[in-house]
Design a binder for this molecule. Structure first.
Ligand SMILES: CC(C)(COP(=O)(O)OP(=O)(O)OC[C@H]1O[C@@H](n2cnc3c(N)ncnc32)[C@H](O)[C@@H]1OP(=O)(O)O)[C@@H](O)C(=O)NCCC(=O)NCCS
Length: 138
């Protein structure tokens, strides 16, 4: 599934198109939650994902999401990023919307963790958890 966002930007959920080296470099060097994640682990996470979405500018990977899901009831959104030089123009919201709302997992219950991008996720329907959600931290 692909969506043209105009101005050279495009979303695509074809896993074969993911630039694994670029995604791994960003996540391990820039993302606070994945510092030091080995390349082999990152490859396994991509291979085992229900869906990976790439955000591309003129064909070059500039953003990413990874979704774990049982395919029917529960999905979890992870490893969301947009490269810094492309931020602030609505691409993050479109990337998350495409990952969550456009595709086979739209009717599942979605979960995610974030340290600071709460406003972005609120725009796509995420809310603070109610008293039914519990977490066991690693
Ligand atoms: C979070 C991230 C993906 C947002 O990408 P982006 O393309 O700049 O997002 P958008 O331009 O679509 O932002 C849309 C809205 O989200 C909100 N938002 C975006 N980033 C935010 C942040 N870091 N903190 C709080 N709100 C944020 C803004 O309120 C913005 O609303 P506005 O347009 O009314 O100002 C990007 O900043 C990023 O990759 N950050 C580093 C990695 C990260 O933190 N990922 C999320 C971890 S779960």
């Amino acid at each position: 599934m692909r969506r043209d966002l105009g101005d050279g930007y495009e979303l695509d959920d074809d896993p074969r198109r993911i630039d694994r080296e670029t995604v791994h470099r960003y996540l391990t060097e820039e993302a606070y939650w994945a510092f030091g994640r080995p390349r082999g682990v990152q490859d396994e996470l991509i291979d085992g994902a229900a869906r990976v979405v790439g955000l591309y500018y003129e064909g070059v990977q500039i953003g990413f999401t990874r979704t774990l899901s049982d395919g029917h009831t529960q999905s979890y959104l992870a490893d969301v990023y947009v490269l810094e030089e492309h931020r602030g123009r609505g691409l993050g919201v479109e990337l998350v919307r495409f990952s969550v709302d456009e595709g086979p997992l739209v009717d599942t219950k979605w979960l995610l963790h974030t340290a600071d991008a709460h406003d972005l996720y609120r725009k796509v329907g995420f809310t603070e958890p109610g008293d039914r959600l519990m977490e066991r931290r690693s």
